[in-house]
Design a protein around this ligand. Structure first.
Ligand SMILES: C[S@@+](CC[C@H](N)C(=O)[O-])C[C@H]1O[C@@H](n2cnc3c(N)ncnc32)[C@H](O)[C@@H]1O
Length: 275
């Protein structure tokens, strides 16, 4: 396990993922029933932008660094930026911190992180918060062990692996099947890198072949994905997203493409398999 998210915190891919995650949770909370959120690859929860890791790459400067002083009209984007600003200068909230900050009294968050040090950091962040559980364990396996969260019939799973291994797409597809078998109405969000189109298309085909419906791909491409040695962009794939999420996602991806990219950059939202 070499991947440390601290080097990439707040970069363009994090901005896409976290802005969309905030929008997703907002829409799911339109219904009063309790929502359980499972973050299978949680990281440390909070990152110092002036710290050793983020400071070394400076990736955040072309991500959140370009957004902090804007006031977007879109309420979902404004909500996420408000959460980021509330953490204070030079602090960037990761997915568990965002989700925890949005929980209503009836909601719960369960986080899995395999790296022992990162899991310990995350546990410290949520110490004393009874609405959040942190497990040092494999996030894929957690679906069998911890899902659905006991007492909850509404759920969201975020899967955000580091893509260090060649079989991540394979494991994600298996995890989706297991998650949806266990709670049909759950919404699943999967972050994926776009280096080249081919592996992403094969992943979508695999999900389609295993019978998944309601697949919505939301992407921010900085440049056409022709050089597979670079992170040319990224996407968040939604399975069974809430009503009208596509409209919100379109506004978010368009704004991010304009703010974080150049004339080659594109935001896109596409139904891969309709509902
Ligand atoms: C991309 S980072 C997560 C970032 C986080 N979701 C966020 O948005 O703030 C991926 C994390 O997964 C962890 N990880 C790697 N393999 C894992 C596994 N099998 N189960 C759980 N966590 C894993 C890594 O240590 C790393 O912290």
């Amino acid at each position: 396990m070499n991947y440390r998210h601290g080097f990439h915190a707040g970069n363009h891919a994090d901005c896409l993922k976290h802005a969309l995650l905030t929008a997703l949770i907002r829409l799911l909370q339109n219904k009063p029933g309790g929502l359980a959120i499972l973050d299978t690859h949680a990281g440390t929860g909070r990152y110092r932008l002036d710290g050793e890791e983020a400071g070394r790459t400076g990736e955040w400067k072309d991500g959140i660094g370009r957004l902090l002083d804007i006031s977007p009209e879109d309420p979902a984007l404004a909500h996420w930026l408000g959460l980021v600003r509330n953490r204070g200068p030079q602090v960037y909230p990761g997915s568990p911190d965002i989700a925890a900050g949005m929980l209503r009294p009836q909601d719960r968050l369960v986080c899995c992180e395999l790296h022992p040090e990162d899991a310990a950091t995350l546990r410290r962040l949520f110490r004393g918060n009874p609405a959040v559980a942190v497990h040092e364990r494999d996030g894929y396996g957690a679906i069998r062990a911890l899902w659905p969260v006991r007492g909850f019939t509404r759920g969201l799973i975020l899967m955000d692996p580091p893509f260090e291994k060649s079989d991540d797409f394979e494991r994600l597809a298996e995890a989706v099947a297991e998650a949806r078998r266990r709670l049909r109405g759950a919404c699943v969000a999967i972050w994926y890198p776009v280096k080249h189109r081919t592996p992403v298309r094969s992943f979508f085909d695999r999900l389609r072949d295993q019978g998944e419906r309601g697949l919505l791909a939301t992407e921010l491409l900085l440049r056409p994905p022709t050089d597979p040695s670079r992170l040319n962009g990224s996407g968040l794939l939604l399975i069974n997203p809430p009503w009208k999420f596509d409209e919100t996602a379109r506004k978010i991806t368009d704004t991010l493409a304009r703010r974080l990219g150049n004339e080659e950059s594109r935001g896109s939202v596409e139904w891969i398999v309709p509902e």
